[in-house]
Every structure is written in C-alpha cells, then in structure tokens.
Design a protein around this ligand. Structure first.
Ligand code: AP5
Length: 231
C-alpha cells in the first residue's frame, strides 16, 4: 500500500501513521521527523530547514522534494510507504508525479480548529524517537517522561501558540489547491489516479484509527505471512 496522509498541523497524522505502518508493514516517511532529525544531528539540511520550521513556514520545495525522492528509493519502500506531511504544495505533488512516485490513496484527516489548538498546546514529544504524547488526551505514564526510555519529553518550538497559528495559516494557504488537485485527478479516467478519502479526525485516538482501517481495508496477506515467517 502506498498512501499520503494529509491534514492540518496536529490533526493526528503522526499518531495514526504509527498504527497504519504497523498494520500494513510499510515505513512512515514523515518529512517533519526527517527534518527534525537533521536538526538534531547538526546536518547542513537541518541548519537550512530550522529557520523555516521555527517560524512556522515551509521549507523550500526543492529541498523537500530531493529528500523524499531519495527516501522512497530505499529498499524498505518497495512494498509501499506512508507519506506523512508530504506533499504540502502543488509543486511538491507535481514533482512526485513527474518522478513516477504513484500512490493508491490520499487520506485527508480533518478536525475543527478549536480541537487542533488543544491538540497542539498539549503535545509533548520524545525528540530522538518522535514518540508523541498529549498532556490532556494521551498522557505518558509518568508526567514529562517517555514511556519507553524514561527520557524527558519536550514541547516543540513550533507548538508555541503564535507559531502554531502561523502553521495553520500556511496549511490553509495550500490545502484547498491540493485537495482540488487530488479530487479532480480521482474523478478523471487516469488509471494512475489515487483514490481520495476524507476522514474525521475527531474523537478518541482508537476511534480515528478504526475509521482509517475501515477505509484502507485488511492488511495484505503476503505481508502477514512475511511477519509470521520473521516471528
Ligand atoms: P510536521 O512535523 O509535518 O508538522 P505538521 O504537519 O504541522 O504536523 P504535526 O506534526 O504538527 O501534527 P500531526 O498531524 O502529526 O499530529 P500528532 O499525531 O503529532 O512539519 C513541521 C514543519 O516541518 C513544518 O511546519 C515545515 O516547516 C516543515 N515541513 C515538513 N514537511 C514539509 C513539506 N512537505 N514541505 C515544506 N516544509 C515541510 O498529534 C498532535 C497531538 O494530538 C499529539 O499531542 C497527540 O497525542 C494528540 N492526538 C492525536 N490524535 C488524537 C485524538 N484522536 N484525540 C486526542 N488527541 C490526539
């Protein structure tokens, strides 16, 4: 399965990506996580991206496109992948299509703005693993600590109220053009066109997960067989 998980900041893409990748045996390609890892390691890519991310803006298309193209060529993407946070602009979507990176389905997660604000302000992350918690909706077992490593959780710089508002504005600026692009394509006769589905991101995490699983269907049998062999 190859899919794009699309939606506003803090709608729950990363949280749901964890369930989907586990069920379908595919890697998650999160451009946000890749950029944060590059910042953490002090790589030139991270230095270049940081100023855009900290201000709530988008990292330039050419940087992101190169990053994703290189990632999907890795052997673990042969059986499919989940794109989380990419494409975010029309040039990114077109570059992906030109490079022959096809997907089966584009899933848009949506949520009211007031809920997005609550999810953003309560988010805490374990930086090295990307594990995400929420002080209200999904608290860690011990306040402020990662469940697995016991290390400190932090609030992302771009989750500060002002920057979070800017990120939402930037999302809105590009989202309707992207939605229109995928809806038009899905309605065309092009056999390469992905399906487009819209799923409500409201409600408990497991309910959203089940809505997504209903739409995406059962895990592929050959993947299950492969996991059984590996077990
Ligand atoms: P990125 O990291 O991709 O940020 P985002 O898209 O804004 O998404 P978030 O990570 O904020 O949220 P999410 O939807 O994954 O929600 P989560 O699961 O964490 O990008 C960051 C920056 O990198 C961008 O601003 C940009 O600068 C740059 N960038 C990245 N990709 C780029 C691209 N393609 N082009 C250009 N620039 C790019 O959940 C949020 C919170 O809610 C958590 O606390 C969670 O526990 C909680 N939660 C989740 N689900 C539920 C639920 N059902 N009920 C209650 N709480 C829930």
């Amino acid at each position: 399965m190859r899919l794009i998980l699309f939606g506003p900041p803090a709608v729950g893409k990363g949280t749901q990506a964890g369930f989907i990748t586990q069920r379908y045996g595919i890697p998650q390609i999160s451009t946000g996580d890749m950029l944060r890892a590059a910042i953490d390691k002090g790589l030139p890519l991270g230095l270049q991206a940081k100023k855009y991310m900290d201000s709530g803006g988008l990292v330039p298309d050419e940087v992101i496109i190169g990053l994703v193209k290189a990632r999907v060529e890795q052997p673990d993407c042969e059986g499919g992948f989940l794109l989380d946070g990419f494409p975010r602009t029309i040039p990114q979507a077109l570059a992906m299509e030109k490079a022959g990176i096809d997907v089966d389905v584009v899933v848009e997660l949506w949520l009211d703005e007031s809920e997005l604000v609550k999810r953003t302000s309560g988010r805490r992350v374990h930086l090295s693993s990307g594990r995400t918690y929420n002080v209200i909706f999904n608290p860690p077992k011990t306040a402020g600590k990662d469940d697995i490593t016991g290390e400190d959780l932090v609030q992302r710089v771009d989750d500060q109220p002002e920057t979070a508002r800017k990120r939402l504005e930037v999302y809105r600026l590009h989202a309707s053009a992207l939605t229109e692009h995928y809806l038009d394509w899905a309605a065309s006769a092009d056999p390469r066109a992905p399906k487009y589905v819209r799923i409500a991101g409201a409600g408990p995490i497991q309910e959203v997960r089940d809505r997504l699983f209903d739409v995406l269907g059962p895990a592929r049998p050959q993947r299950q067989a492969q996991s059984a062999r590996l077990a």
